[in-house]
Design a protein around this ligand. Sequence first.
Ligand SMILES: [Zn+2]
Ligand SMILES: [Zn+2]
Ligand SMILES: [Zn+2]
Ligand SMILES: [Zn+2]
Length: 285
Amino acid sequence: MTGKKTTASSAGRTRKKAKVVLEDEEEAGLEDEEEATVTLSVEKDALECDICCLPFQSEAFMCKNGHSVCAKCCIRTNGKCWTCSERIGDIRCRPLEKLLAAATTSCMFKSNGCYDVISYLEKVTHEETCQRAPYKCPVHGCAYSGLRLGYHVAQDHGHDDDGLASVVFIYGKAVATVRKDEPFRVLLQRNTERVFLLLNGHDLLQGRSLSLLCLGPRFQDGVEVELKYKMEVSGGAPGALTLSASGTIPFARRLDGFQAKGFLFVPDAYWGSAGSISVTVRIYV
Ligand SMILES: [Zn+2]
Ligand SMILES: [Zn+2]
Ligand SMILES: [Zn+2]
Ligand SMILES: [Zn+2]
């Protein structure tokens, strides 16, 4: 519970149906709408379930003493009120549900330029896919989080001693040297804000797992982009097989928590005495 304050102003109330507008930021300044609206200031935690502290979804339940919890917590507590031990799960808390259904709010990425007015119940879903949500820099110790990750990486890490961002796709092809002990290599595409990470997973015995991830916009001019890749690793020893993998590149806004669904297994023998390999990556639409 952050107790973050939502702010308020008010408008006319001539119609029967009221609409509630919750604002995340300090300013409200809404013009009168045709429909009667009341803009309220509500402590954020008043709209959160007392047990799980998550925002209420469309259903809220209450015990006979009026304590309210979300639908999931009714199940979690076996239908017993957490506060007074009375039965909970049979009575819906309609006034709260009505309020939640009528409420609109702003996106948490308003400061990044998202001015959408969203239904309170869709806030979480919207923010997960909001086009103005920032991308987090994957470089260890760097605090950058913003919409221009490609520019930031080229500018601020492009000249790092480890040559972190020195690999750039030329006509969709990049050749990167990956050291066995580095968790990823950054690949950049000129004139786009996309940052590609050639991930080098160390969670396997007798080898490493290579996969590709894009930190960058999934949509271009409102259309979802599907980017494909092919990567190849040639064997160090004469006659060794060339390993290759291809697929669709997943998109994310941050590296932490990302789990690759597929990867190219590169056995220890391929890494040679220098402990590095050369990986050729091609991307295309
Ligand atoms: Zn809950
Ligand atoms: Zn109760
Ligand atoms: Zn948004
Ligand atoms: Zn950075």
